[in-house]
Design a protein around this ligand. Structure first.
Ligand code: GYE
Length: 310
């Protein structure tokens, strides 16, 4: 038996948690930052994080979740790409006694199928964006084009609802074109080019983008059309990624609403508490939003954010 050494278990070694994370993909700088922060949060807590990137396809997310269930993970984090189609796989996780926490988006499924959802108030973000534009144009006529997020995702649905609530009753404001740019820079540019071609740049007063990546793509299209973003066409967006602060600082964007990339902190707090002693969190853990405009010290905020993994 020479050479066979039985390693005695280290006394008092707490069993690390193993958590599966079904991430949508890396469609935006914000999403990349959320992934970075989630991995950091897991590392700090001694959690073994199993990470799966779905390239924005729901079927890949469902496959990953089933794999986590088969592995017998202690818990599952899901950023659900769209709001529907989750009931069956969430039932399977529940049957396996594996708690699920949703990050940054919600699902149209019975609440008992997930422990909690950590998201911003997506309708409120749309309200803030719309109210900012109402105040900015101060009664003047304004034809608006809208770049929607991923079709069927809760942010695309709720941010549209919130914006329309805010401009309702202000007949000088009208959304004349609205189309998905799938939360990406490339699609934001392509769709903005089509808006400019269809409407004529001189007839577009403002762009409402459901995220900064689409807004940054649109800024490129507006420039290539010989127009000044932020001046000829006002731009209001959401996320407050570093490049949005740069655009605010140089006058190419007018306002953005901050979305924290740290959804994992509150999510893992809730997950650990539940796994430790069955503590039940609220069904919705809401993160704060903050409006940034050109009046803020955007250079300083950019410097603070630029190394956070966007
Ligand atoms: O605004 C965008 C990402 O789900 C709220 O998804 C999140 C959104 C975020 O693609 O940048």
């Amino acid at each position: 038996l020479a050479g066979v050494v039985a390693l005695a278990p280290v006394a008092g070694f707490a069993a690390d948690l193993t958590i599966g994370f079904s991430q949508i993909g890396s469609e935006s700088g914000w999403r990349a930052a959320e992934t970075t922060v989630t991995k950091q949060q897991a590392e700090e807590r001694g959690i073994d994080l199993k990470f799966a990137d779905a390239q924005q396809k729901q079927e890949n997310q469902i496959k990953a979740i089933r794999s986590f269930i088969a592995q017998g993970v202690d818990g599952i984090l899901i950023a659900p790409v769209v709001a529907t189609g989750w009931d069956e796989v969430l039932e399977e996780a529940k049957d396996a006694d594996i708690p699920v926490v949703l990050l940054d988006r919600t699902v149209d499924a019975p609440e008992d199928l997930y422990l909690t959802a950590v998201t911003s108030d997506l309708v409120h973000e749309g309200n803030v964006a719309g109210q900012w534009l109402v105040d900015e144009v101060a009664g003047a006529d304004c034809r608006i084009v809208e770049l929607q997020g991923t079709t069927g995702s809760s942010p695309a649905i709720d941010r549209k609802t919130g914006f329309e609530q805010a401009i309702k009753g202000h007949d000088n404001l009208e959304i004349v074109r609205s189309q998905t740019g799938d939360f990406t820079r490339s699609q934001g540019k392509v769709v903005m080019e089509s808006f400019l071609k269809a409407e004529g740049g001189a007839n577009i007063c403002a762009l409402y983008a459901h995220n900064d990546d689409m807004a940054v793509g649109a800024i490129q299209a507006i420039k290539e059309a010989g127009l000044k973003p932020g001046t000829d066409i006002k731009i209001v967006s959401i996320d407050a990624v570093p490049d949005a602060h740069l655009a605010l600082a140089n006058g190419e964007m007018n306002a953005t609403i901050e979305l924290t990339p740290n959804m994992a902190g509150p999510a893992l707090d809730a997950m650990e508490a539940y796994l430790a002693d069955g503590t039940m969190p609220a069904k919705w853990i809401q993160t704060e939003s903050k409006l940034y405009t050109a009046k803020d010290d955007n250079q300083a905020v950019y410097e603070m954010k630029k190394d956070l993994g966007y």
